[in-house]
Design a binder for this molecule. Structure first.
Ligand code: SF4
Length: 293
């Protein structure tokens, strides 16, 4: 649903039918070397009166809305009281609401106490989208993620214990050739420890706006993986994840070489045999011109 947005505007693919309110603009961190999303925006928090007016107007137009996504990059960076004020008002104006969600960084999660997160969850914020990207600490530094594998695990587990549904993202190929093995091994470890309800695997595509910065921050020559090596990473990842609760896994982002999905661990064997057969049939992969990050 379209409002008078401050562009660029992003939301996860699974929020395509959600109403979006921009409660913050940009990303409070804005330093991940692979991410081009908010480079043109300076982080700011929208005044309550503006957000309230928007909710007033839109709730009259779409009173039966069931899903709302709070944009931009990390609405969870707002003070807890401010988020609660927004959540309460949204729930008052949209009686049919089933879900409110937003993006969250590990840093956002650790800045809130368990009590604050529990309160936010009780006030209706049910789902958080967290970019893990990689579980390998060397790479987390090289991509300037502002997180360690331990802070990712701690932040995500705190959110889960507070009642949140987590949807996490990881990026195939982000370690290049040199760090491929460690990237996937450590990512499988972190994902297994977190065991989010949803996991999405994207594939690294460096857009023009961040290509040079990524290479410079990487600090050594970076060799991109070819499609076959990306499928190797995917196979080792799927095989290596040993979750404590079932994960709904998808590698069906626009950046991926092929759309693959299933539940982990239940569909592990099926997904692995599909990945192996794709390696034998590269002609079935998505043409490079159709892939985007
Ligand atoms: S990946 Fe997320 S946290 Fe990092 S710069 Fe982009 S929006 Fe901000």
């Amino acid at each position: 649903m379209e409002l008078g947005y401050d562009y660029p505007l992003y939301r996860p693919p699974s929020e395509s039918n959600s109403l979006i309110f921009q409660v913050t603009l940009g990303c409070s961190f804005n330093k991940c070397s692979f991410c081009n999303m908010y480079r043109t925006k300076k982080y700011s928090e929208r005044p309550w009166e503006e957000v309230k007016n928007e909710i007033d107007v839109i709730s009259k137009l779409y009173p039966l809305t069931e899903k709302i996504f709070l944009a931009d990059g990390d609405a969870l960076n707002l003070a807890t009281e401010k988020i609660i004020q927004i959540l309460k008002y949204i729930r008052e104006k949209f009686p049919n609401l089933e879900r409110i969600s937003c993006y969250a960084m590990p840093k956002n999660l650790l800045q809130k106490s368990s009590d604050e997160l529990t309160l936010l969850n009780k006030e209706g914020l049910n789902m958080l989208y967290v970019g893990i990207e990689t579980g390998h600490d060397v790479l987390l530094k090289k991509i300037t993620k502002g997180a360690t594998s331990q802070s990712i695990i701690e932040g995500c587990c705190r959110a889960k214990k507070s009642g949140f549904t987590l949807s996490c993202m990881i990026i195939l190929g982000i370690g290049g050739k040199k760090y491929s093995v460690e990237h996937i091994k450590e990512t499988a470890r972190v994902v297994s420890e977190v065991s989010p309800k949803f996991l999405a695997a994207l594939t690294l595509i460096l857009e023009d706006g961040v290509y040079e910065e990524f290479m410079q921050k990487f600090g050594e020559p970076f060799e991109h993986l070819d499609d076959s090596s990306i499928l190797d990473e995917l196979e080792i990842l799927v095989n290596g994840i040993t979750p404590s609760s079932s994960i709904i896994f998808r590698a069906n982002h626009a950046s991926n070489v092929y759309s693959i999905g299933g539940n982990l661990p239940e569909d592990k064997d099926r997904m692995i045999s599909l990945i192996r057969s794709l390696k034998q049939h590269p002609e079935l992969l998505k043409p490079k011109v159709l892939r985007r990050f």
